[in-house]
Design a protein around this ligand. Structure first.
Ligand SMILES: C[S@@+](CC[C@H](N)C(=O)[O-])C[C@H]1O[C@@H](n2cnc3c(N)ncnc32)[C@H](O)[C@@H]1O
Ligand SMILES: Nc1nc2[nH]cc(C(=O)O)c2c(=O)[nH]1
Ligand code: SF4
Ligand SMILES: [Mg+2]
Length: 245
């Protein structure tokens, strides 16, 4: 139809290139497109500025072309990995953006909790499914999670990435891994200090992250869980919970 504005993407921030700080692609130069809005409210979410509607004023409704011009400007036109995160990026119309970037040789990873499935998951290069353990206060609907896996049609590289704070979370991660024996599993120690609204540079509890890291390593070794990978959030070790890195 003529005169219709193309579908808009609700964007909280676009930043980078920085290094991917989490999971299988840790260390890889990446541009982040962080969308605004989430169907979850994890008690320890470290990206509340992309979740809480108190931050709505900061979010922008952008067309694919507008998002794309920021991504290419940031990367200097050189193809790079683009991570679609949020919030829950699955609630945004991102299929066209992925097609646009692929035409220019960019690659796309998506981070989602697995609550909303989209056909365009099959067009991703990497799908990171991060179901939420008990400490988050959220309940996993495994039917929805399985729908996400079906939508991807086995095309993108796919991984499970689970945040662990305590014993109950660890047991949840074990059960989630057992449900999906075909998926590589990444365990990520939780960081307990989400940024207070106006202070990006608030110190994070690195000692706590390191303590949970040592505890997690001990747990997986004691259980002879030898297929798992245990990784801290590298960007948090380097920059704390600062935005834009
Ligand atoms: C902010 S979320 C956005 C994407 C999507 N909503 C999700 O949760 O997968 C990106 C990643 O950060 C993780 N994360 C959020 N808060 C965290 C915290 N306090 N400590 C460690 N990881 C955290 C999430 O579990 C997820 O794997
Ligand atoms: N460097 C860096 N790596 C990340 N990996 C996942 C992130 C996220 O918040 O989704 C993130 C982030 O915000 N920064
Ligand atoms: S699902 Fe992700 S973005 Fe949403 S509240 Fe939980 S950690 Fe934050
Ligand atoms: Mg983060």
């Amino acid at each position: 139809m003529t005169g219709m504005r193309p579908a808009e993407i609700r964007v909280s921030e676009i930043f980078g290139p920085t290094i991917q700080g989490e999971g299988a692609l840790t260390g890889l130069p990446t541009v982040f497109v962080r969308t605004g809005g989430c169907d979850y409210r994890c008690s320890w979410c470290d990206s509340l500025h992309a979740v809480d509607s108190a931050y709505r004023d900061e979010w922008r409704a952008l067309t694919v072309e507008e998002v794309w011009s920021e991504v290419t400007r940031l990367s200097g036109g050189v193809p790079v990995m683009v991570s679609l995160s949020g919030g829950n990026p699955a609630i945004q119309p991102l299929g066209e953006l992925i097609a646009r970037g692929h035409r220019e040789g960019y690659r796309f990873a998506l981070e989602t909790q697995g609550s909303v499935a989209r056909d365009w998951f099959a067009d991703l290069d990497m799908l990171v499914l991060s179901p939420k353990p008990p400490s988050s206060g959220m309940e996993t609907e495994w039917d929805d999670f399985d729908a996400c896996l079906r939508s991807s049609r086995g095309k993108p590289q796919t991984a499970l990435k689970i945040v662990v704070f305590d014993d109950a979370d660890y047991a949840y991660a074990r059960a989630a891994a057992a449900r999906h024996p075909q998926l590589p599993v990444y365990l990520q120690p939780g960081n307990h200090t989400p940024p207070p609204p106006d202070d990006d540079d608030a110190p994070i509890d690195i000692d706590g992250v390191m303590e949970r890291m040592r505890w997690l390593v001990d747990r997986v070794i004691a259980d002879k869980w030898f297929e798992v990978r245990v990784l801290p959030q590298l960007h948090v070790l380097i920059w704390g919970n600062r935005r834009g890195v």
